[in-house]
Write a protein that binds this ligand. Structure first.
Ligand code: SF4
Ligand code: SF4
Length: 335
């Protein structure tokens, strides 16, 4: 029977997740894009560098998951070769995060067992999605989702929730079922990149908006047999806070060689590591890991620094709730 109760997915200390941006170029210009060329560069990695860095981040002692990102990773002509190398090296799973255009005939160049394809769509119709992601994107993306599912690929979908599309989220489960999507990631709009102007655009959600809509839609999708994953965001009283930077192994790699441990830090030159001559070099000075060790009543330190509007206080100045690590997820439904 499908489990319709949200479960928190704790960090797994023996697991390593490698989020590898192989280029920053993209054919789209989404309103909330987090890619920041001033910080992440404009390079497209050569296949040789991609493969060297894949070797660098594989730890045989740990189960290592690889997520290939851009920009739009399928714009890279050697993406399929990189996926095959990652599998041969022993990465436990490979996921390609695509905007749906699937350039260079990706589906014809890899097998369904080699990678999960994760599509991004921000609305259940072109009318909602295309003003956010671009004209014609809904049609192109949904056609490729259907094609990938029909070819036997494991297909996921990421929906970034903001003020622009939260009212339409409830229409997604039925669409996903029709398209053959097995996993539904509901993401919350971040402050990074273009959405850093969220106060102007008023894109970001209040805790009440998030909590009143997301769990109910997740239940609806789970009831249709779709596995749903969504961020925890708010910790209830008694729930433990943990910073992934301290207790988990996540690497966010950019083509200019910067390697972050926390995605909230990616707009700033505080990366913990840099790749130099195919070696991972620990940076000194004011790096992100210096923040991870600060214990504050609000929970996540970077959230407090970058998105203080998320937090409300009582008359005595105590936070009404703590903000969880942005990497802490909840899940619903069968796996
Ligand atoms: S598809 Fe992704 S990388 Fe491209 S503009 Fe949209 S959010 Fe940015
Ligand atoms: S989001 Fe917050 S809690 Fe999570 S890794 Fe970054 S600083 Fe730590």
């Amino acid at each position: 029977m499908t489990n319709l109760t949200a479960r928190t997915v704790g960090f797994k200390p023996r697991e390593r997740n490698v989020f590898f941006h192989i280029l920053t170029a993209c054919n789209l210009s989404c309103r909330h894009c987090y890619i920041n060329p001033a910080q992440h560069g404009t390079a497209t990695l050569s296949l040789e560098t991609m493969e060297n860095w894949l070797r660098l981040f594989l730890d045989p002692a740990r189960q290592t998951n690889l997520i290939l990102l851009g920009g739009e990773p399928t714009l890279h002509p050697d993406l399929a070769a990189g996926i095959k190398t990652a599998r041969q090296l022993g990465y436990r799973s490979v996921t390609v995060d695509s905007n749906g255009f699937l350039f260079h005939n990706l589906l014809e160049r890899i097998t369904p067992g080699e990678a999960v394809i994760s599509f991004s769509l921000d609305g259940p119709t072109a009318k909602i999605n295309d003003p956010i992601r671009g004209q014609g994107v809904f049609a192109a993306c949904t056609a490729n989702i259907s094609k990938a599912a029909a070819m036997g690929f494991d297909v996921s979908l990421i929906y970034t929730v903001s003020r622009m599309n939260i009212a339409h989220l409830h229409l997604m489960p039925a669409l996903l079922k029709d398209l053959g999507v097995r996993r539904f990631f509901i993401q919350v709009i971040g402050i990074r990149g273009k959405s850093a102007g969220f106060t102007r655009d008023n894109l970001q959600l209040t805790p009440e908006e998030w909590l009143s809509v997301i769990p109910a839609v997740a239940q609806k999708a789970a009831a249709l047999g779709i596995h749903v994953i969504f961020p925890k965001v708010f910790l209830a009283a008694g729930e433990e806070f943990a910073c992934a930077g301290r207790v988990a192994e996540n690497y966010f790699i950019f083509p200019n060689g910067r390697v972050y441990q926390c995605p909230l830090c990616e707009d700033f030159p505080v990366h913990a590591f840099t790749i130099e001559d195919n070696r991972l070099v620990k940076n000194t000075g004011l790096t992100e890991d210096r923040f991870f060790t600060l214990d504050i009543p609000e929970g996540c330190v970077m959230n407090k620094l970058l998105q203080p509007g998320n937090i409300r206080y009582d008359d005595q100045g105590n936070p009404l709730y703590r903000i969880s690590c942005c990497l802490l997820k909840q899940e619903m439904g069968s796996g």
